[in-house]
Design a protein around this ligand. Sequence first.
Ligand code: GAP
Length: 484
Amino acid sequence: MATIKDNATILEILTSLSKQRGFVFQSSEIYGGLGSTWDYGPLGVELKRNIKNEWWQFMITSRDNVVGMDAAILMHPDVWKASGHVENFHDPLIDNKVSKKRYRVDHLLEEQNDDIINNLLNTLNIKSAEDKIVSIVSSLIKNQADSGNIMQKSEVIDPHTKEVGEWTNVRQFNLMFKTNIGPVDDSSSIAYLRPETAQGIFVNFQNVQATSRQKLPFGIAQIGKAFRNEITTGNFIFRTREFEQMEMEFFCKPDSTKEWLKFWCDERMKWFESLGINKEKLRLRAHGDDELAHYSSACYDIEYKFDFGWSELEGIADRGTFDLDQHMGASNKKLTYFDQVNNEHLVPAVVEASAGVDRALLTILADAFTQEEVNGESRTVLKLSPKIAPIKVAVFPLMNKNNMPEISQKIVDDIRNSGIASFYDAGGSIGKRYRRQDEAGTPFGITVDHDTLEDNTVTLRDRDTMEQERISIDKIIDVLKTKL
Ligand code: GAP
């Protein structure tokens, strides 16, 4: 069973449980690990696949106006110039010359008290701000040459030393990972690992529209890896340097983006709720003007209330015609749409829904994690929705004799062959075996016992209520299918 120290945060608990049960391991662990990269184990990869399948079903398979694609991770470097990522995809950094600690400025400011934030607002002459930290950061960047001084005069504390820092000026750090294509390592061979999957969709707009014969409004969606050289990482798999995105770009008439933004915000909230996540811990938050990315004129975040605060799971943004305009300008290729009704060529606008797979998975684990008392003992259980649980049913012989293992193995084989993920476990007491599956989030357990030998029935245990019912062996698959 997972052992949990007192006062551990939910993320510490999940990190430990994930390792013990085989959801997520630290990457390159035997070499001491690599910062903020994680590997998914047997249960983690199944959970991740189930999340992605749910997304694909919800966004693509169930709709006739959204199609899928899968672009390469490496793209022509000019893509990232046109998209604005070479120029704008930065994080503001600052160092304390004394402690040699480096911080992302917004994260550093989040740790300061109200007096220090007010000092900064006064020094920077910021009268009113929807989000004080965002406004301070953008003002520090505008006053870059004097920014270290301003931080020092405002008495910004280094959380490491707990004293006012001797701050360098703020500088912008580009988050894209660079690599080289071919044998020559010079500026002509530079390529980037994509920081978002979206650009693969924009540059293929014509190819996909022409071959799928979609008419406006329609969406193009994909799931794939993205890479960002994040400065401050942490919170387990919440912010990592390599992660997966599930993105959809919805192309529509430029005067209809407001309506589609609302539509996709509602749809995307429904999707998170459909995974069994507690509605009370989900919210939609509009970005203030000073938070908007360089390409976006309006944006909403879907956020979850983690124990480290409300945090973004997905961004839904009005990107207007920015991306197609930029790529048309830079490539000299037409990325327009011919509207047959009005007999005109137009550049479609885009509403984007961009979610992180790893964040969705972390949310699902955090939300499902439950510790309860059962008969005076503590029980850890992941109350995962059956449709995304990595294993749907575990089968146990009560004893390793009297033909019970053989009957159990045959049941597991039949369940597997019907397409339901199942697991055979004959090791340890039946109580221990139930607890292991509770921690793995397996919604159902089947036990072959003495009565089975008499009447061909088994017990079916429900993970959450722990209630057991007797069902006949030949009804198992039908019963499971109705429950899943
Ligand atoms: N195409 C738009 C875009 O990439 P974003 O808000 O930068 O927008 C979208 O990223 C989503 O991708 C986020 O809501 C988050 O779920 C996920 N994401 C972004 N950076 C991440 C990171 N470093 N680690 C894990 N997930 C990340």
